[in-house]
Write a new protein. Structure first.
Length: 323
């Protein structure tokens, strides 16, 4: 896929419905970063937190038009009218920002169990939970060796589990068995097949797009497709096949053709710092073009946010409201 300057301009006009003028940013409204960004596991390369979270704030805005956000409301519906405790498991929870937001939004009795291999990532969340009286529990463990109680959970959240797990089949079996009647799993991960060709195509498009932006914004930086950009393994074909074996989709949102490449780059992340109003407008422009490219099928998406039901859930006991 080779995109020249003129071809890029024509493609952008097609993708954006012909609304691309001399100042592409002028057609893009500012987006505010939503609180409690859903499922935004870090790209793990460079100080990209603000840029990456701004992008996930946009994803959250899109998902709020579905019945799955706020996640607390969805969890309440999964629980039903029985008055029992809502049980939530979060695998690869990281610093537990999503879990704190979920706990604050729940009105029914609940318990949220956060599992991550790095104990230090719980420190701030643990303090917030104590200060606010939130029922979060924390366990430091490797996800691919963590034993999950069968039939216990209404909702399981997974963050990067598909791309990281060395024993993926066993992990997915555990998750499927852990869900009670009506339970679901929310999957946040990286998808796609044939990493090198896919990322090279998306990276070339991103670099052609960056070349058309003012140099005072980009500072001449481009995405580096050879960088890992937060991807630890290359098992996505196997992962999606295994996911389909144990679960069926309830809602799938595929997105992000190149925004990870931008936000995971330590130089570009500062070039598109959302705390700077001018740079934020260009960041929003990139997000809009990314959305349009995925929607039009011009580029394949790299990111997945999805809700899945097990193909055979196990009914189990759950905590009572008195616990």
């Amino acid at each position: 896929m080779s995109v020249g300057g003129g071809a890029l301009a024509r493609l952008l006009r097609a993708l954006t419905g012909g609304h691309l003028g001399k100042d592409p940013v002028g057609e893009v409204g500012e987006r505010s970063l939503a609180h409690g960004v859903i499922g935004a596991f870090e790209p793990e390369a460079g100080d990209a937190d603000a840029c990456w979270r701004h992008y996930w704030g946009h994803v959250e805005e899109v998902l709020r038009h579905t019945s799955y956000l706020p996640l607390a409301s969805y969890a309440e519906r999964k629980r039903g009218p029985s008055g029992r405790c809502i049980e939530v498991l979060s695998l690869g929870s990281g610093s537990c920002g999503q879990e704190l937001t979920l706990a604050r939004g729940l009105r029914s009795p609940y318990r949220i169990l956060c599992v991550d291999r790095d104990q230090s990532r719980f420190e701030e969340a643990r303090q917030w939970a104590v200060d606010e009286g939130l029922r979060l529990e924390f366990i430091a463990a490797e996800v691919d060796s963590f034993l999950i109680e069968p039939g216990r959970f209404d909702l399981v959240l997974t963050h990067g589990v598909l791309r990281r797990g060395s024993n993926l089949q066993w992990v997915l079996e555990q998750i499927a068995a852990s869900l009670g009647a009506g339970g679901a799993v929310v999957v946040v991960d990286v998808v796609g097949t044939g990493r090198r060709p896919l990322w090279e195509d998306n990276g070339r498009f991103a670099n052609a797009l960056l070349a058309g932006l003012p140099v005072e914004i980009t500072r001449g930086h481009r995405v580096e497709v050879d960088r890992a950009n937060g991807i630890e393994t290359d098992r996505r074909e196997e992962a999606l096949s295994q996911l389909d074996r144990y679960f069926e989709p309830e809602h799938v949102h595929l997105h992000g053709a190149f925004m990870r490449l931008v936000c995971a780059d330590p130089h570009l992340a500062t070039c598109f710092d959302p705390q700077d109003p001018v740079r934020r407008k260009y960041l929003d422009f990139l997000i809009s073009v990314d959305d349009a490219a995925v929607r039009a099928g011009a580029l394949q998406p790299l990111e997945l946010w999805g809700v899945f039901r097990p193909r055979g859930a196990t009914v189990g006991t759950r905590c009572s409201t008195a616990e």
